[in-house]
Design a protein around this ligand. Structure first.
Ligand code: NDP
Length: 463
């Protein structure tokens, strides 16, 4: 199984790698385009809010009509400040401290929570890394301190993140590029596990998609787990709280749409930390190598683009009617329920090898076999009941419903808040196609039997 995974379980661009280890032109152009344009996409959205009240079309019209230039937009952007640098340094240092120095006690207190030292998936070289799972604890400590400060200590205003949003973006970029460059140099000169390194012969590709699989400093500081979870996802809910505080400061009240965005996204974030041990077995940790894609993405793309709805609501405090608010809440909760239940059903099914109950019945499934690269034949099962009988990736459908709810909370005044659902749709449809391609080559005719039994990918009757 391990050797099969080594061959088949690859990430998007890796599928385009030729046997020689060279990168084909399509992959190379994709990588260079992302390296060049992704930072400008983030800059564009943030500046559209700062200078154009969150209109994404107005700056484009102004540029086309010659009313403004890219240079003048750039010149009006708030620059790097040392106070933002101090805030950012304190923030990252504090998260490193929580990650490295505070062993998890939450799993001893809350039954059913899998925290503390946990095993990751087996790497292609056959290693099983150990992880200290303490994300939920870090999240709780950080948010309790945030609340204590807001209500009693008043060391800093709760709007601090919004107030330094653009200078903080420069700091996040500095960290994102530093970490990616460090990971690149480290992989060449002092890799954590040389056998798990992947060199393609193309410097841009290596820099972007990463060389080392699980770079670490010392025994416990794992780059992937730390950067994805801590500066990125712990920050997500704090950023939203800061937007909420800004609305209160500017308008004397908080809109129900802002509360909805805060609540629904907090649910998603808490779910992530509650299931952090499960996350060790998903594509991000099991398949991705650590490069700019993860390092810069976690530091900049995630905190800046996943939080666009809250930012938009600071500029446009939408007040939904009760019916609209209820509709958004129902969509968000239904999406979350489907997302979580679908993932749980597969987890249970695979853990018990089908000896479980799904929706009150014994699950139905298709017996599959596949051949690993060493010639061995292995057996597996693909479930055809529960949500896995409704569509082949109904967990993605639930995720997309939740994402749409965040956007819909912002009303229909502007397109900017809808960036998230467009991005998530591209991400998950691409992931779905990629996963099916992999499963089809893994299971062959058995996969065809499965797709005959469950004909739709995301939306029954449509796709
Ligand atoms: P999945 O959890 O959907 O796992 C896909 C794998 O499950 C397949 O490769 C196959 O693996 C196995 N499988 C497929 N069909 C069946 C079946 N019928 N029965 C049993 N096993 C099956 O993939 P991800 O890791 O991509 O997603 C995990 C979650 O993370 C999703 O809910 C997704 O929405 C979420 N996500 C969120 C993102 C975000 O930015 N917010 C980004 C990416 C993901 P095998 O080879 O073992 O058969």
């Amino acid at each position: 199984v391990r050797r099969f995974e080594r061959v088949e379980r690859r990430e998007p661009f890796v599928e385009h790698l030729q046997v020689s280890g060279e990168v084909d032109w399509f992959s190379l152009i994709s990588v260079i385009s992302l390296l060049c344009f992704a930072p400008f996409i983030v800059f564009f959205f943030v500046m559209a809010c700062d200078q154009y009240q969150c209109s994404v079309t107005q700056p484009l019209f102004d540029l086309v009509q010659g009313k403004t230039t890219l240079l003048s937009i750039w010149a009006r952007a708030p620059s790097f400040t040392w106070s933002a640098a101090k805030i950012y340094a304190v923030w990252v240092t504090f998260q490193v401290f929580l990650y490295m120095c505070v062993p998890d006690v939450v799993h001893k207190v809350i039954p059913g929570y899998a925290g503390g030292v946990q095993d990751g998936a087996r790497t292609p070289a056959g290693l099983i890394n150990k992880y200290e799972i303490n994300g939920l604890q870090s999240w709780i400590i950080t948010h309790v301190l945030w609340a204590v400060n807001a209500h009693s200590l008043h060391w800093f205003p709760p709007t601090i993140i919004f107030d330094h949003w653009i200078p903080l973006m420069w700091c996040a970029n500095i960290l994102g590029y530093t970490v990616s460059t460090f990971a690149f140099i480290k992989a060449h000169h002092f890799p954590t596990n040389a056998e798990d390194c992947k060199f393609t012969g193309n410097i841009f590709y290596n820099f972007m998609m990463g060389i080392e699989f699980n770079p670490r400093i010392g025994k416990w500081f794992d780059f992937k787990l730390f950067f994805n979870g801590r500066p990125g996802i712990v920050a997500w809910t704090l950023i939203n709280l800061s937007y909420m505080a800004k609305q209160q400061e500017l308008y004397g009240q908080v809109s129900n749409s802002m509360i909805l965005v805060n609540v629904l996204q907090a649910l998603y974030v808490l779910d992530f930390f509650w299931n952090e041990a499960w996350y060790l077995k998903t594509i991000d940790i099991c398949h991705d190598h650590f490069g700019w894609y993860l390092g810069w993405g976690d530091c900049v793309w995630l905190p800046y683009l996943y939080t666009l709805q809250g930012l938009y609501l600071v500029y446009h405090p939408v007040q939904l009617t009760n019916i609209q608010a209820l509709a958004v809440l129902s969509l968000g909760l239904a999406g979350y329920y489907i997302f979580r239940s679908t993932n749980r059903q597969k987890d249970l099914f695979r853990r018990t090898e089908g000896a479980c109950s799904i929706w009150g019945r014994k699950p139905t499934y298709i017996e599959c076999s596949y051949r690993s690269s060493d010639g061995g034949v292995h057996r597996s099962k693909l479930m055809t009941s529960g949500f896995w009988g409704v569509a082949r990736h109904f967990n993605y459908t639930g995720d997309l419903m939740g994402s749409l709810a965040y956007c819909a909370a912002c009303g229909f005044g502007h397109v900017l808040p809808y960036f998230y659902i467009v991005y998530m749709t591209i991400l998950l449809v691409h992931r779905c196609v990629r996963d099916e391609h992999r499963c089809s080559s893994k299971y062959g005719k058995d996969w065809t039997r499965y797709t005959d039994a469950v004909p739709y990918r995301l939306i029954p009757g449509l796709f």
